[in-house]
Design a protein around this ligand. Structure first.
Ligand code: CAO
Length: 449
C-alpha cells in the first residue's frame, strides 16, 4: 500500500524565491528516505531538499531555474505506507550516512547556518497529514568556495564516493564551478580512456581537467582549429614545462661595441642578400659559454643517472612561422663565422616560414635560442627544448644610462633570460653561464667560439 505525500520546501530561514539549481529525481524514480530531491541556491548559500520518506516519485513539480519559497510543493511521492506513517523516516537526524561535514548537520538534527551570516534555518514544524518536510541540508561554507573544497552537493559527494572519485580532481561545469553528476561521470570516462591520469600510481600530475566553458554564452565567438605545428609543438612544450623544473636567470649584456660593429658590417651582409642581426653574435656567445660550461651542452640519458656531454655545437633557433613555432638547428656553429651563420639563419628561417624544412634540419640541437628582440619585451621565460638542458631567451636591446664610476654613459643593454633544468644545473652555475655569455658579447672580438 502507498500513500501520496507532498514534499514541501521546509523552513529555510529568511530566504524566499530561491532558484532550483539541480533536480536530482524524475517521475517514476524510487527514492530512499533522506535522499536529496532538489538543490536550491540563494546568493549566499546552497542547500538540498531531501525526502523524509522512501517511495516512488509520482510528480516533480519544479524544474531548473524555477524559484521556490517555504511551503511550496516541489515533489509528490507515492510513499510506502508503513514508512510514511513511521516517525523514523520523518526524523531526518536518523539518516544512515552522515559521512561528510556537509551532511553532518542532518545527523545532528541541527542544520548549520548556510554560508550567509543569516540566522540558522529553524527546524521544520511537525509534518501535517499528507505532507512531509525534511530540513534543507545546507552545504558547509567551505564547499561553496571554489579552490578551498569541491563545490558539490551531498548527493554528488555520495555519488563520487561510490565511484571512488576524488572530487578535488573534478572540474565543476555548473554555475559557479559547482560539480554536477555529469562532471563526475565525464571525469570517470576521461580516466578510463587515458585522457586524465589515474589518482595514483600513474605518471600524471593529478590535475583537474580545464574548465569547460560555453563562451558563446558571453558573446560572439568563432572556432579556429589549431595548426598541425601548434598541436605537435604544443604537446612537447606542455611536456617540457611540466616535467622539467625550470629556473630562469636574467642578466643584461652591454652590446654597445657589438652594435657599432654590426652596423659597420650590415651593408656587407645585405650585399649578400641577408641581414646581420644580434642573433648571430648570440649564437657565437652561446658556443663560447657551452665550451666553458660543458654541463650545459648535455642531456640526461634515459636512466636519468648520467649526463651525455656533447662535443659538437649545434644551436636551435626558434622561428615564428604563420603555422606556429619551429626550431631549425644550425650545425657546427663553432666552425662558422658570423657572416656564415647569418646567411644560414636567413635561409633556414625563410624555409621554415614556407614550411619547407626537412625533419633532419630540426634535429640534433644542443642548446636553443629564442629571440623576441625584433619584437620587444624586457624578459620572458623560454621553455627548455628537451632533451636539451637550457635555452636562451633574448629580449629587445635598449639604450640606457649606465654608471661608469664617474658619470652615466648611454649604453646599449641587451636583456637575456636563461632557463635551465634545475635537476642538472644549479643556480650558481646558471648565473655564471649567463654572465659568461653576456661578457662574451661585451668583448665579442676576443670570444672563443
Ligand atoms: N634588440 C634590438 N633589436 C633587435 C634584437 C634585439 N635583441 N633582435 C633583433 N633586432 C632587430 C634586428 O636587428 C632587425 O632590425 P634591423 O633590420 O634594423 O637590423 C629587426 O629587429 C628584426 O629582426 P628579425 O627578427 O627579423 O631577425 P632576427 O635575426 O633577430 O630573428 C628569427 C630571426 C627567425 C629568430 C625571428 O624572425 C623570429 O622568428 N623570432 C621569433 C622567435 C620566437 O617566436 N620565439 C618564441 C618562442 S616561444 O613561443
Amino acid at each position: 500500500m502507498t500513500k501520496q505525500i507532498e514534499i514541501k520546501v521546509p523552513d529555510i530561514g529568511d530566504f524566499s524565491d530561491i532558484p532550483v539549481i539541480e533536480v536530482l529525481v524524475a517521475n517514476g524514480d524510487s527514492v530512499d528516505a533522506e535522499q536529496s530531491l532538489l538543490t536550491l541556491e540563494s546568493d549566499k548559500a546552497t542547500m538540498e531538499v531531501p525526502t523524509p520518506v522512501s517511495g516512488v516519485i509520482r510528480e516533480v513539480r519544479v524544474g531548473l531555474e524555477d524559484t521556490v519559497s517555504e511551503g511550496d510543493v516541489v515533489v509528490v511521492i507515492d510513499a510506502d505506507e508503513a514508512a510514511a506513517d513511521s516517525g523514523k523516516e520523518a526524523q531526518p537526524e536518523q539518516t544512515k550516512e552522515p559521512a561528510t561535514k556537509a551532511e553532518s548537520p542532518v545527523a545532528e538534527n541541527k542544520p548549520a547556518p548556510p554560508a550567509a551570516a543569516k540566522p540558522a534555518p529553524a527546524m521544520p514544524a511537525p509534518p501535517s497529514a499528507g505532507s512531509r518536510q525534511s530540513p534543507p541540508v545546507p552545504m558547509d561554507a567551505q564547499s561553496t568556495l571554489p579552490g578551498k573544497a569541491p563545490y558539490a552537493s551531498p548527493a554528488i559527494r555520495r555519488f563520487a564516493r561510490e565511484l571512488g572519485v576524488d572530487l578535488l580532481r573534478v572540474t565543476g561545469t555548473s554555475r559557479g564551478g559547482r560539480i554536477v553528476r555529469e562532471d563526475v561521470t565525464a571525469f570517470v570516462k576521461s580516466v578510463m580512456s587515458g585522457a586524465a591520469a589515474p589518482a595514483s600510481g600513474g605518471l600524471g600530475f593529478d590535475l583537474p581537467p580545464p574548465p569547460k566553458v560555453n563562451f558563446s554564452r558571453y558573446g560572439d565567438v568563432e572556432l579556429q582549429p589549431l595548426s598541425k605545428i601548434q598541436k605537435v609543438s604544443g604537446a612537447y612544450l606542455h611536456r617540457n614545462w611540466v616535467s622539467i623544473p625550470h629556473v630562469t636567470q636574467n642578466d643584461l649584456a652591454d652590446t654597445t661595441d657589438m652594435e657599432a660593429f654590426r652596423k659597420d658590417n650590415k651593408a656587407r651582409a645585405e650585399e649578400q642578400g641577408y641581414k646581420l642581426t644580434p642573433l648571430v653574435f648570440l649564437i657565437k656567445a652561446s658556443v663560447a659559454a657551452l665550451k666553458e660550461f660543458p654541463g650545459f651542452n648535455a642531456s640526461l640519458d634515459e636512466s636519468g643517472d648520467n649526463l651525455v656531454l656533447k662535443k659538437y655545437f649545434h644551436i636551435g633557433i626558434a622561428v615564428d612561422t604563420p603555422d606556429g613555432l619551429v626550431v631549425p638547428v644550425i650545425r657546427d656553429c663553432d666552425q662558422k663565422d658570423i657572416f656564415q651563420l647569418a646567411e644560414e639563419l636567413a635561409n633556414l628561417s625563410q624555409r621554415a616560414r614556407e614550411g619547407k624544412l626537412k625533419p633532419i634540419e630540426m634535429q640534433g640541437g644542443c642548446f636553443s635560442i629564442s629571440s623576441l628582440g625584433g619584437i620587444g619585451g624586457t624578459s620572458f621565460t623560454p621553455i627548455i627544448n628537451a632533451p636539451e638542458v637550457a635555452i636562451l631567451g633574448v629580449s629587445r636591446a635598449r639604450i640606457s644610462p649606465q654608471w661608469d664610476g664617474e658619470e652615466f654613459q648611454p649604453r646599449t643593454m641587451l636583456p637575456l633570460s636563461l632557463s635551465y633544468d634545475h635537476r642538472v644545473i644549479d643556480g650558481a652555475n646558471g648565473a655564471r653561464f649567463l654572465r659568461f655569455l653576456a661578457a662574451s658579447l661585451e668583448d665579442f672580438e676576443n670570444m672563443d667560439s
